[in-house]
Design a protein. Structure first.
Length: 287
């Protein structure tokens, strides 16, 4: 695949979720505040003040989030944030609530679609759980969420925040090892977190759900995702190697599934930033 130099023949699709005062925060994080500081009617200008965690809506985690040497957001070269990407839809493998995905699903995807995930590629993981986030704004294409029938283009993707935060699928430590072995540049996911929810502090926030989770994954959490050795493996084990990720993609992602294309992630240049809001953009060749 060549670099799409002729941008006149490229469609640009936004794969980002909205941000607003209603954007929900992760477990144990404060929610956002949006205040009007000035109004056009009185001061002749509209101006706002934002107070928020970085880990909300579509955002990019820098290595310094879990690895102090970094780099921070400003330290990630812009050329690293733009490049060839494979958009892997996991719904076709029937992966749903609480379930675990692993290297075998990505290798099966390569065989099924005849696309090789190359060294240096960006890997975008589509679980379908973007549809349950309350800021998911684009409904013009069906989302093949596992186990959910398509109800027509006009049917809304109803927000279901407990499902979005608590039930999305995720990987184990062996997937992080596969990512390193395959030379993935960085990753992006369309769910709240790159890790399985019960391999994060959600396990502490909702211990009442552990029996339900263990039934879904066919074993105990202590066996499948042991702590501390595998705690948040997608952060702890990958960031020291410079393999970071973007979380909470959405937007027009359903229009680019099972393709190899060019992708860009554009955070603001945040010196010292452990994460930052970002626009994720797909560049799709064609008239």
């Amino acid at each position: 695949m060549h670099v799409p130099y002729d941008l006149a023949k490229v469609r640009i699709l936004d794969l980002s979720q909205n941000f607003s005062a209603d954007s929900p925060s992760f477990a144990f994080y404060e929610g956002p505040t949006v205040k009007w500081q000035k109004r056009l009617a009185f001061e002749g200008v509209n101006a706002q003040y934002l107070g928020t965690t970085n880990h909300i809506a579509t955002h990019l985690d820098s290595p310094i989030h879990f690895y102090d040497p970094g780099p921070d957001i400003a330290g990630i070269p812009i050329e690293t944030l733009f490049g060839p990407a494979c958009i892997v839809d996991l719904c076709q493998f029937g992966i749903g609530d609480y379930q675990i995905y692993g290297p075998e699903h990505f290798e099966a995807w390569e065989e099924r679609h005849g696309i090789r995930i190359e060294r240096g590629d960006i890997l975008v993981i589509h679980t379908g759980y973007h549809r349950f986030y309350n800021e998911d704004w684009h409904k013009a294409a069906p989302c093949p969420s596992a186990g959910l029938p398509f109800r027509g283009l006009d049917a809304p993707h109803e927000p279901d925040l407990p499902r979005a935060f608590l039930r999305h699928p995720g990987p184990q430590g062996r997937f992080a090892e596969w990512v390193l072995d395959r030379g993935i540049r960085w990753l992006a996911v369309d769910c709240i977190a790159a890790d399985h929810p019960f391999n994060t502090n959600v396990r502490k926030a909702r211990p009442d759900l552990i029996p339900e989770v263990e039934a879904a994954i066919g074993g105990s959490l202590a066996e499948k995702m042991p702590w501390p050795e595998d705690y948040q493996v997608m952060h702890v084990k990958l960031f020291p190697h410079g393999v970071f990720h973007a979380e909470n993609l959405g937007g027009r992602i359903d229009e680019v599934l099972d393709q190899r294309l060019w992708l860009g992630c554009f955070p603001f240049r945040f010196r010292g930033g452990e994460a930052a809001f970002a626009r994720i953009v797909a560049f799709v060749e064609g008239e």
